[in-house]
Design a binder for this molecule. Structure first.
Ligand code: ZN
Length: 244
């Protein structure tokens, strides 16, 4: 079975649509694993939830998903993120609110644990250093864990001898799953932050035991125009151009 691993769509319908088209072009998948933050920042929260719900998928809760429905506090958000969150809350239908409210913190499927931030602190923790990663390897039981939240494609590896290392997750390179336990971040669909503005996602093939990252160009300008029309913060509009 093939699975698409997507995270941090962030209400960017143009990016999400481009990723779904890319998945189809590559032969499609049986299921989508979504690592949260479907909404927040971007101009099309309702449309992104609606489109995700048309796919065979599971999704965990992200901080923006729960903040948009008041389930977590926005006190830790910067002013731009908080403003986008207030706007997002006004765009959601009753069904959207119910969908976001029912998202679980953690999902276990196949050999993978799925969370948004980290297995230790699924909503808020950023898994961006080997020190934090090492502590988190003790917080899930499956061989592999998938995380989002930082919007940066990364792979943390934990060897049988207890060494933890971090590496970039370059696109178009087959990552073979082996003995080492791994924490994998597929990057962000709707707001990449690794300096590459293209949408980022991965495909896992359970038959070959390989995960591969893909980058997808999309019409960034159309998303930015929609954000400006909706009065979303200019800093959030600008950062899409740089992937930061
Ligand atoms: Zn996010």
């Amino acid at each position: 079975m093939r699975y698409a691993i997507i995270s941090d769509i962030h209400a960017n319908l143009a990016a999400f649509t481009a990723v779904l088209d890319d998945i189809e072009r590559r032969g499609g998948v049986g299921k989508m694993w979504c690592l949260g933050d479907v909404v927040g920042y971007g101009p099309d929260p309702h449309e992104c939830i609606e489109l995700l719900c048309q796919t065979n998928h599971v999704c965990v809760a992200g901080n923006h998903d729960w903040a948009a429905i008041g389930k977590v506090d926005t006190a830790e958000f910067n002013p731009d993120a908080a403003a986008a969150c207030r706007w997002t809350a006004q765009q959601l239908s009753a069904a959207d609110v119910e969908y976001l409210g029912n998202l679980p913190l953690l999902i276990q499927e196949d050999d993978f644990t799925l969370v948004h931030g980290s297995p230790r602190e699924p909503i808020w923790e950023y898994l961006i250093s080997t020190g934090i990663a090492k502590e988190n390897f003790a917080c899930f039981k499956s061989p592999f864990c998938l995380v989002g939240h930082s919007h940066v494609p990364l792979v943390f590896s934990y060897s049988e001898s207890g060494t933890c290392s971090a590496g970039q997750f370059p696109s178009n390179v087959k990552l073979a799953l082996g003995k080492n336990r791994l924490i994998i971040n597929p990057g962000g669909v709707g707001q990449p932050r690794d300096g590459d503005p293209r949408a980022s996602y991965a495909i896992y093939d359970s038959k070959t035991g390989q995960v591969r990252l893909y980058r997808v160009s999309y019409n960034i300008r159309s998303t930015q125009d929609r954000m400006v029309e909706r009065g979303l913060p200019m800093r959030l509009v600008a950062r899409l151009s740089y992937g930061m």
